[in-house]
Design a protein around this ligand. Structure first.
Ligand SMILES: Cc1ncc(COP(=O)(O)O)c(C=O)c1O
Length: 397
């Protein structure tokens, strides 16, 4: 009997029409409903901070929304911009600006190389690849990217940047320790005349369990004269509405000036009505209360996923680090068979990202990594996904 037939026998509820998807870190409908319920009661704002929200202009974002961004990212208000939805778009624009115009302490070229801690976020890698920037990988230590590996890569003059997700990293869940960050930044300081630190704090306030506090990153940079090298982004995509949130950007004064000037050729101004809507939203519900409401929906899904993975781990079939927050769990099969697992799951109606997705150029050196994104299905659906996944791993390993 084939593996497929065996599993179909074990899981009698399986049928050919079922379709599950654990590919993307999307909020569930329940999560989005939390925001919708409150947002629906708000009138569409047309004026805030003395600004006519209906019109063009205010490229830095309205002050009240910049204040919200500075709270989320722990960055100074005057150095924080509030923009449109998607921090990924900002990152793309920052890299593009660094390539075409350059910032004070970083001018990228097609010969530039970036350090990428792996496993990492697939869209970061695609973004850099699209610009022709070569990616050099480093592994993770327990408390952040491996510093020895970074040190070695920094010896290459062409290495001019790094992309980091410092809290609840996608997909491993790593939260960098203060000492890891300080040591890493000390190394970057030696290359500060041409170096870009892309600091993607997408999960800045997405703790599910107790997570170490982190020092404000701008202060670390300031102490080492790295303010011109640090480019921080974040958003409310995983706080309010994934497709209609606000994204934020923070860097030094001269970088911000340059970036606004660059963006003035892209847009006559951000969507200030959505900015004010978000400000009014957080007058009704505090950021902490919002994150608590989301945590109540997300944590049971992480706990359920961990229950299955713990069993697989105890059977000696996989490794994973239990995350303390964020949106993902990084599964590592004990065998180099991620592709087979992914393919068998697909045959049973469960979609997972293809092999290598969490690595630059889709190259997973151990061929064993699979990113699990448990937030999107409801609990019952997730349980079915995990039954399929776990049965496949047990059969193949
Ligand atoms: C690390 C990381 N950065 C950025 C994003 C996308 O954020 P945004 O919606 O603000 O573009 C994601 C989404 O999964 C992510 O995991």
């Amino acid at each position: 009997m084939s593996i497929l037939e065996q599993i179909k026998k074990e899981l009698p509820w399986l049928d050919d029409n079922l379709s599950f998807d654990l590919t993307r870190g999307k909020p569930s409908a329940d999560q989005l409903k939390v925001t919708e319920n409150i947002m629906a009661s708000l009138a569409l704002p047309f004026e805030m901070d003395g600004i006519d929200l209906r019109n063009y202009g205010i490229p830095e974002g309205i002050p009240s929304a910049r204040q919200l961004g500075s709270e989320i990212l722990s960055t100074p208000f005057e150095l924080t911009l509030a923009l449109d939805n998607s921090s990924l778009t900002i990152m793309q624009q920052v890299v593009s600006c660094a390539l075409h115009l350059g910032f004070a302490n970083i001018k990228l070229s097609k010969k530039s190389k970036f350090i990428c801690p792996v496993p990492g976020y697939d869209r970061h890698f695609k973004l850099l690849e699209n610009f022709g920037i070569e990616m050099m990988t480093v592994n993770f230590s327990a408390d952040g990217p491996n510093l020895n590996e970074i040190k070695t890569l920094l010896e290459d003059d062409a290495v001019s940047g790094i992309v980091c997700v410092p809290r609840h990293s996608n997909p491993t869940g790593h939260t960098y320790s203060d000492s890891n960050i300080s040591n890493m930044f000390e190394m970057f300081a030696k290359k500060k005349n041409n170096f870009m630190i892309l600091w993607d704090n997408a999960y800045a306030c997405h703790d599910l369990k107790i997570t170490p506090e982190q020092q404000p990153i701008m202060s670390v940079a300031k102490n080492l004269n790295l303010e011109n090298n640090l480019f921080i982004v974040g958003s409310t995509s995983k706080i309010t509405l994934a497709g209609a949130g606000l994204a934020f950007f923070s860097s030094s004064e001269c970088n911000i000036e340059k970036f606004i000037d660059y963006r003035n050729s892209i847009t006559p101004g951000p969507n200030k009505i959505n900015q004010a809507l978000h400000v009014n939203y957080f007058k009704k519900v505090s950021l902490d209360a919002q994150m608590q409401a989301l945590r109540e929906l997300i944590l049971p899904k992480f706990n359920l996923t961990e229950k299955y993975l713990t069993e697989l781990h105890e059977m000696g079939l996989c490794d994973y680090i239990p995350p303390t927050g964020g949106y993902f769990i990084s599964f590592e099969s004990r065998k180099p068979n991620a592709e087979e697992i992914i393919s068998e799951c697909a045959n049973l109606g469960l979609k997972l990202l293809p092999l290598g997705s969490c690595f630059p150029y889709m190259q997973d050196p151990k061929k064993n990594n699979i990113r699990i994104a448990p937030t999107f299905p409801n609990l019952e659906g997730l349980d079915k996904c995990l039954q399929i996944f776990s049965s496949v791993v047990k059969k193949l390993n």
